[in-house]
Write a protein that binds this ligand. Sequence first.
Ligand SMILES: [Zn+2]
Length: 233
Amino acid sequence: MRVPSVEEVISQDMASLRLCPAGLACKDCDKDLCVKIVSVADFPSEFGHFRILGFVNNKDGKDHIVVLKGEIGDGEGILTRVHSACLTGDSLGSRRCDCGPQLREALRVIEREGRGIVLYHQEEGRGIGLVNKLRAYALQDAGYDTIDANLALGFAADERDYRIPTEMLKKLGVKSVRLLTNNPEKVKDLEKHGIKVVERVPHELPVHEDDRGYLLTKRKRFGHWLELQEAAK
Ligand SMILES: [Zn+2]
């Protein structure tokens, strides 16, 4: 992992960094995808002491980031959470989904481990965007499940793919991960794009009344690995 110097950070032209100036010949490119680390900074948080890294890429115009604990070293077996953005869950305490508790637990677990990554993937609402997710919520209030709501709005059940996160991990020097997830597609997709998943680490939090239906749908229709144990009263 190459850390940009202060002079580089100051002189970065963000617009051109979001392009791939050298086209397909750029040394940073994996075929047509160009991913760059533009900032590495200290990141003390209530969950521990990390570093936080800003990335840009030439594909989606989104600001994906990494919270990094410890050193990547040989890049093997890094405890990793690829977390999809969920403003309502991550920041507003929503109980419609399990995203907020999953994010916080990932940061806690990685702090305890002393080495690991939370990659914050800006793919709100499984890739449909924040306001469209809220439109899907309105349909869910009327009886649709989380998949049928997306389909009714003209989206796929899940619009995400993990090519950019995979390239971000490679850019950090990661070769293989122990992935904190309950999502079989995430495991498959990271492997498809070239990051080996040596272990799938279950990442299930206690289920609540408000997210039970959502999680049942994820288990039944997405095949997520979920036990759905009740939260202690
Ligand atoms: Zn969520």
